[in-house]
Design a protein around this ligand. Structure first.
Ligand code: ZN
Length: 368
């Protein structure tokens, strides 16, 4: 058994309060998953992530495959052991980074040839290879290899991209079912890895619907909606999510990839999205952008030079309890590395806090 998904309460609007049982952790959903690209959520140590209440983090297959290499990680007992993260993990398929970071891509039905953004070396990724790499990494949840359709994409392009993603989904699943027992923690930890399919289809409602229906027929452990937050207007993102959510099986987790701003993650969670991830809170933090109950704060602004208040008066995270806006501004101005750490801890606390409140409200009996 890979995962079990137990809805506790579902609202009229479709929002689900649930528990997602994974081999390394029972995750309370809806959940926000911090992104740990290369085996680290940038600037934040693992024990701090635990204190913040992060129950599941992401790893990026493309980055870990290139460096230090999935075989090295397998030999060291898998990604959980290598990075000392005992809780749940999810790896993406590598597809998104292959298409966004690498150079000189050549896509065929078989797979995609690309050059590493690190050293220009040539690599070939197929659905089977992506699954092999993800089994070596050994996250609780792996993702089917897909092509993230760019925006804008015309109808013919979106159809062609979808055809490829559906063929790759089937190959990913077949290969995964044959090899999933090869995960390094097999027999040591109860349960097995899970594989999610990814709904694509560009910004075309009927293609999204077709994609979801075909994936459900194949029978994945969970379903993701990909290809969003790729530059499209927000009402279009919402339209695609609204189209797909009601089609997806109620008994399986639903994951929207790569979203979003604080108000977006709350909105989508209330609609019935169970899992979300985004680099926004961590990346913005490194650029000095803080998300707070009073709105966005550009901490390097002159106005904070002698501001003795906490970054967010309504936040009780370890940063807001201890440090002032003036100090965070100084760290940023001085280029101190603690700047990234403190800013990121607060932003993650803010995101995780939103989901904690959403979970509490989805659990409460309906007021009438
Ligand atoms: Zn805070």
């Amino acid at each position: 058994m890979g995962l079990t998904f137990n809805p506790i309460h579902t609202t009229d609007a479709g929002g689900r309060r649930a528990q997602l049982r994974l081999p390394h952790q029972t995750v309370e959903t809806p959940v926000f998953m911090p992104v740990g690209t290369a085996g680290t959520v940038k600037a934040v140590p693992q024990d701090t992530l635990e204190s913040l209440g992060a129950e599941i983090i992401l790893g990026n297959t493309y980055h870990l495959y290139l460096r230090p290499g999935h075989e090295a990680i397998r030999r060291m007992g898998g990604l959980h052991r290598f990075i000392s993260w005992p809780r749940a993990m999810l790896t993406d398929s590598g597809g998104f980074q292959v298409f966004s970071l690498s150079e000189l891509r050549n896509v065929t039905d078989e797979g995609v040839r690309f050059r590493s953004h690190l050293d220009g070396s040539s690599h070939f990724f197929t659905p089977e290879h992506s699954v092999d790499v993800q089994i070596a990494l050994g996250a609780d949840i792996a993702m089917a290899f897909d092509e993230c359709t760019e925006y804008p994409a015309d109808r013919a392009r979106a159809e062609e991209s979808l055809r490829l993603t559906m063929a790759w989904a089937r190959r990913s699943l077949e290969h995964f079912r044959m090899h999933q027992h090869e995960v390094s923690w097999h027999g040591e930890i109860a349960g097995s890895q899970s594989l999610f399919g990814i709904v694509q289809g560009g910004m075309y409602r009927d293609l999204r619907k077709e994609s979801a229906e075909r994936l459900i027929e194949m029978g994945f452990d969970g379903y993701a909606i990909g290809g969003l937050s790729v530059g499209e207007p927000r009402d279009l993102t919402l339209e695609m999510i609204s189209e797909v959510l009601p089609i997806l099986p109620a008994g399986k987790p639903r994951y929207v990839m790569g979203v979003g701003y604080p108000d977006e993650i709350e909105q989508y969670a209330r609609m019935g999205v169970d899992m979300m991830d985004c680099v926004l809170p961590t990346r913005a933090a490194r650029h000095g952008l803080l998300f707070t109950s009073e709105g966005r704060l550009t901490i390097k602004n002159r106005q904070f030079a002698e501001d003795q208040g906490p970054p967010d008066p309504a936040c009780d995270c370890m940063v807001c309890r201890r440090y002032t806006r003036a100090y965070l501004r100084h760290l940023m101005q001085a280029g101190e590395s603690l700047s990234a750490t403190l800013n990121t801890i607060h932003n993650l606390a803010y995101y995780l806090g939103i989901m904690r409140r959403v979970r509490a409200s989805l659990e409460a009996p309906k007021a009438n």
